[in-house]
Write a protein that binds this ligand. Structure first.
Ligand SMILES: [Cu+2]
Length: 327
């Protein structure tokens, strides 16, 4: 009896306005605005006008590959200069005027052994870092890595988050303000990124942790490629390609579909936004998703709750709490 009275009292004490707020879809979508897309850094994770080098790398594999690339350039330059010097030497030293009676020598065992063994050793020296690079690119992601799936469509990308409540983000290229085909769609701004590379919804990932990136397609073959993250993998319908994907530091990284996939192939850019883990979790909640591994750690993440809730990691002193934002 007393219990019933208490329950009734509690119901009555709830402000009807508050109850309406939670159920109001407007209030929920307003909460989603808590995530503001990160502004790109000029020249970072994007091509630059007049650039001639590989884009600066923001993944460990990319840094390794960049080093190998420059190592190989020096090896190639050294060999080319050496061969050119030999050629110039024989052209001048053994020209008809300086050498009227040519030597009849046709064999020299020592020189033949040297010009066989030395190039073989050079190739072996190149093979070691080269095979290492291939192997590390296909290293199996750790068991607890977050799985993210990139799906190619004619002609846009979809990003699914199976470990975060299995929601999917649809990512379309943003058109220019004066584009007559834009319709009601939002126009590109500088905060979104360079022309023809900016998208409305980015692929948001946590920075500094290995991710299991699966690539597939729904219609024809596409290719998920982000040059500054040293990642390119075909998305084939009916197949699930998988590779480890890791972004060193927070930032915005641009790429494009790299498999000719039809009329609008050139208009399906990729934008990866890497965030610290706590901000990534906040973004996931804002999308109505759940925090990966929450079950094991006993964190309650209810997708039915409005996205205005504070993620556990944002609570000061919590295990996953990040550093305070710097103005
Ligand atoms: Cu494509």
């Amino acid at each position: 009896m007393a219990q019933d009275a208490a329950a009734t009292e509690q119901l009555e004490s709830a402000d009807p306005a508050d109850v309406a707020d939670v159920a109001d879809p407007e209030a929920v979508s307003a909460g989603s605005d808590a995530y503001t897309p990160m502004a790109p850094t000029e020249g970072k994770g994007m091509p630059v006008a007049g650039g001639w080098d590989i884009q600066p790398q923001y993944s460990e594999d990319g840094e390794f590959a960049y080093g190998l690339h420059y190592g190989l350039i020096w090896v190639m330059a050294g060999i080319s200069i050496f061969v050119l010097a030999l050629l110039l030497y024989v052209i001048f030293r053994f020209r008809k005027g300086a050498n009227p009676v040519p030597s009849k020598t046709s064999h020299n065992t020592l020189i033949e052994v040297i010009w066989t063994v030395v190039p073989a050793l050079i190739l072996l020296a190149i093979a070691i870092p080269s095979i290492t690079l291939i192997a590390r690119q296909y290293e199996t992601p750790p068991k607890d890595a977050i799985t993210i799936k990139a799906i190619g469509y004619q002609w846009y990308w979809g990003y699914a988050y199976p470990d975060n409540g299995d929601f999917e983000i649809v990512s379309n290229m943003l058109k220019e303000e004066d584009d007559p085909t834009r319709g009601d769609a939002r126009a590109r701004t500088d905060t979104d990124g360079p022309e023809q590379l900016a998208v409305d919804n980015r692929m948001v990932v946590p920075a500094g942790v290995p991710i299991r990136l699966q690539v597939t397609a729904a219609d024809v073959i596409h290719s998920f490629a982000v040059p500054s993250l040293w990642f390119k993998m075909d998305g084939v319908p009916g197949r699930l390609n998988e590779r480890i994907f890791q972004v060193d530091e927070p930032g915005v990284y641009y790429g494009q579909c790299s498999e000719l996939c039809g009329a609008r192939h050139g208009f399906m850019p990729i934008v990866v936004e890497a965030l610290p883990m706590d901000q990534y979790n906040a973004w996931v909640l804002a999308q109505g998703g759940t925090i990966a591994g929450a079950d094991e750690e006993g964190i309650e993440a209810d997708p039915s709750l409005p996205p205005t809730q504070e993620p556990e990691s944002a609570v000061e002193g919590a295990p996953g709490a990040g550093a305070a934002p710097v103005a």
